[in-house]
Design a protein around this ligand. Sequence first.
Ligand SMILES: [Cu+2]
Length: 157
Amino acid sequence: MRRLLLIYALVIVVAGPAAADDKHKGHAGTVAEKAYGLPGKAADVTRTIEVGMSDTMRYSPSEISVKRGETIRFVFRNTGKVEHEFVLGTAKELKAHADAMRKNPKMEHGLEANAVDVDAGKQGELVWRFTKAGTFTYGCLVPGHFEAGMVGKLVVN
Ligand SMILES: [Cu+2]
């Protein structure tokens, strides 16, 4: 537990003050708006995008583009034999998180609003509202997967 906290602290230090701030607000119900938006409401969904996850460590598609203001329902289908994740964030955030996971593969990383775990052969869902234009990243933070190339690009126009 103590080790987990240390790693967690490390992630916050690496990711900088903005991420530390997000951590505090993350589970309070009032989720802070991030650079890549915030959780969306099912009633506001404008489009569904299907994303495949496989054991080849690739997403399909590996590039997604949306318009600012859209609320997207992502439907994930894991066709593999191992668990995969979809974590949305900035390239810097994901890299820092993946590095921490690699250093301590047993780290229990609590899933935040911008992340979904999908068991082998199962489906998952995430409703997200994109409020700001920019180029973001999605990746799988199961240890080793991000490094193996399980990463995609999300552009908000
Ligand atoms: Cu994966």
